[in-house]
Design a protein around this ligand. Sequence first.
Ligand code: SF4
Length: 341
Amino acid sequence: MNPFAYTAAGSVGDALSDIAGANAKFVAGGTNLLDLMKENVMRPAHLVDINRLPLDGIEPRPDGSVRLGALARNAATAHHPFVRENLPLLSSAILAGASPQIRNMASNGGNLLQRTRCYYFYDSLVPCNKREPGSGCPAMGGLARQHAILGASEHCIATHPSDMCVALAALDATVNVASVRGERTIPFGEFHRLPGDRPEVDTTLEPDELIVAIDIPASRQFRDHSVYMKLRERQSYAFALVSVAAALDIDGGVVREARLALGGVAHKPWRDPRVEALIVGRPATAATFERAAAALLEGAVPQGVGVGSNAFKIPLARRAIVRALAQAAEATVTNLGDNVR
Ligand code: SF4
């Protein structure tokens, strides 16, 4: 690990002026950044500790929406009574991720900013376009079981590892950020990037911008018909091969509104409102859901070779989408995770 300067900000204003220096990073829970620093993958010259900022609230509003503070911990968010009652999709997604210890430390803002778990990205002895632009991508001809089947580029086939973000994408969240230039709001679908020819850039957040909160609009219509399904190599403490956030509003067996997002398949949570429109107004049946799955996976391309290939993800994702939507149509499935705080 490289030497670095450390300051602890006492206010948002202090944090925004402290970050202005070259190669400075905010640190909250540190559950990903510190790992990356220990592996020499990220080498900030200055860490600005934001844990003292008053950004850890979870604030339900009378209209049914809720504001999640950027520094609220993942566990506190998942177990908050409003979230458990009204946003079971979000609660289940958070509890499907990581371990109780990590969820107790990890902040909501940090969850959005966690970096890919591509094995090659963490190994500073091998090339990687995301870590060192222009150096190459060994995943393309190697082990790609965790990698993308949608939205990849010739420069990078990494996936975004978050479970929470898949639910936030499905729930139409927005990300509120601040900098010395003022505040702005980023729709969740525009927050994470596809790799394109700049795989080193994960998000549309500017280097000096601080996430202050995540807003989720009223979502009670999905409360009784939502599922977060995560398929992984082992049952706990593993990243998704494929995950599905499915939420339906059903009246008399017919879908009034639908949300569908995938994790583990792209550089960002994968959602296409045109596919959701194919479900709306249709009966909540397997035939409707199979049509949606085929449409959402249109253009899916396998990566890797031999035993490292992720070709299995395409049929796996198709079956997972149909199953998650069918389960959601039945009733909400609440994931209690390991039920340990
Ligand atoms: Fe690096 Fe992306 Fe290739 Fe992984 S997939 S080795 S992160 S360029």
